[in-house]
Design a binder for this molecule. Structure first.
Ligand SMILES: Cc1cc2nc3c(=O)[nH]c(=O)nc-3n(C[C@H](O)[C@H](O)[C@H](O)COP(=O)(O)OP(=O)(O)OC[C@H]3O[C@@H](n4cnc5c(N)ncnc54)[C@H](O)[C@@H]3O)c2cc1C
Length: 312
């Protein structure tokens, strides 16, 4: 026979646990939370783990310790809801009936939406702090970077805390500046919206930091594919224009627009020579070349000094 509770909450994450506590405080005496996991993860801290300011273990609590006093914890997963009989069926085969039901199982990530992304975040050169297991790796990669290109992306559509996609970037920039390597790193932030955050007061402050760190902010743009083996990322803007962020570009007959975005002064001699061979003499100058083997070879020598887009 099904157990019965006045209020049943599916999911003991931040939402489920907070709601259960509030209901208890308001005098609802029979609240149950269905949550299969033994451990509760405090996700906002993932950004700080990836930014090198917190340890992974700090984000973990036993589920028991975060369950509000007086609330029944049903250590199970919900697999179905029958709204005619007010019953939730559970993975274990049993069921629980409710007076009121609240559903808060969180969001699931769809890594496969972007070709190559699932593989990329598990590769040697990619990570995502949206997954607890990968957040420490993000900091290992960021803190180990002394030159090259770092691409931070945020997808359009529903996402847990959009601003979180930027936090490790600012923390990493601060660290790179402290280490004296920020100038050698091209930092790119890809944003699907017209401004960096979408709130004018916050945009102003973030724009100030973006300028201070020399971050290349690409608004109205999205990551469309990743090639983890070649360490290439393709970003498309609202007009359909593709930016190719590449560790190792592959030759093709595509026409490329190549723009110098950073100075090579203080850099290596071969990088200064390469810019000159590409026909680039100053920041902001653009040349158009076919992506043949010679051009690709040169671009792969100066990936952090140039922006490469498919010519229209
Ligand atoms: C990297 C990162 C940084 C963030 N930073 C911030 C921030 O700075 N500020 C802020 O306000 N928010 C931030 N957030 C967002 C915030 O963490 C989430 O909004 C919040 O955790 C959502 O809570 P939730 O309970 O809805 O989902 P979750 O916390 O994901 O919990 C869902 C729970 O439901 C359980 N569940 C799933 N399916 C079932 C099922 N079938 N049966 C039973 N249980 C189930 C899961 O096991 C899980 O415990 C951040 C999120 C991330 C990922």
């Amino acid at each position: 026979m099904a157990t019965q509770h006045e209020v049943v909450i599916i999911g003991g994450g931040n939402a489920g646990v907070s709601l259960a506590a509030r209901l208890e405080r308001y005098g609802v005496r029979d609240v149950a939370v269905i949550e299969p996991k033994d451990h509760h993860l405090y996700q906002p801290l993932f950004s700080h783990i990836a930014g090198g300011r917190a340890q992974a273990q700090e984000a973990v609590r036993s589920q028991e310790s975060v369950m509000p006093q007086g609330v029944t914890w049903i250590r199970d997963g919900a697999v179905g809801v029958d709204t005619d009989t007010n019953t939730v069926s559970l993975a274990s085969g049993s069921s629980v009936s409710y007076g009121q039901l609240v559903v808060c199982p969180g969001l699931q990530y769809d890594w496969d939406e972007v070709p190559g992304l699932a593989e990329a975040v598990h590769s040697l050169h990619g990570a995502s702090h949206y997954e607890f297991e990968l957040a420490p790796k993000a900091w290992t990669l960021l803190s180990g970077l002394t030159s090259g290109t770092a691409v931070f992306t945020m997808p359009a559509g529903p996402i847990k805390c959009g601003g979180a996609s930027q936090k490790p970037m600012y923390l990493a920039c601060d660290y790179w500046r402290e280490q004296g390597v920020l100038d050698q790193i091209r930092v790119v932030m890809v944003q699907p919206y017209p401004t960096v955050f979408g709130v004018p007061e916050i945009d102003r402050e973030l724009d100030r930091k973006i300028a201070e760190y020399g971050i290349e902010l690409r608004t109205n743009s999205e990551l469309v594919s990743v090639d983890p083996a070649g360490r290439n990322a393709v970003i498309r803007d609202i007009e359909g224009r593709c930016l190719v962020m590449a560790k190792n570009l592959v030759p093709s007959d595509v026409q490329l627009e190549i723009t110098q975005i950073k100075s090579a002064i203080g850099g290596k001699q071969n990088q200064r020579d390469t810019l000159r061979s590409l026909g680039l003499k100053r920041i902001g100058q653009t040349v158009v070349r076919t992506a043949d083997a010679v051009t690709v070879g040169m671009l792969n020598t100066v990936p952090h000094l140039v922006k490469v887009e498919e010519a229209k």
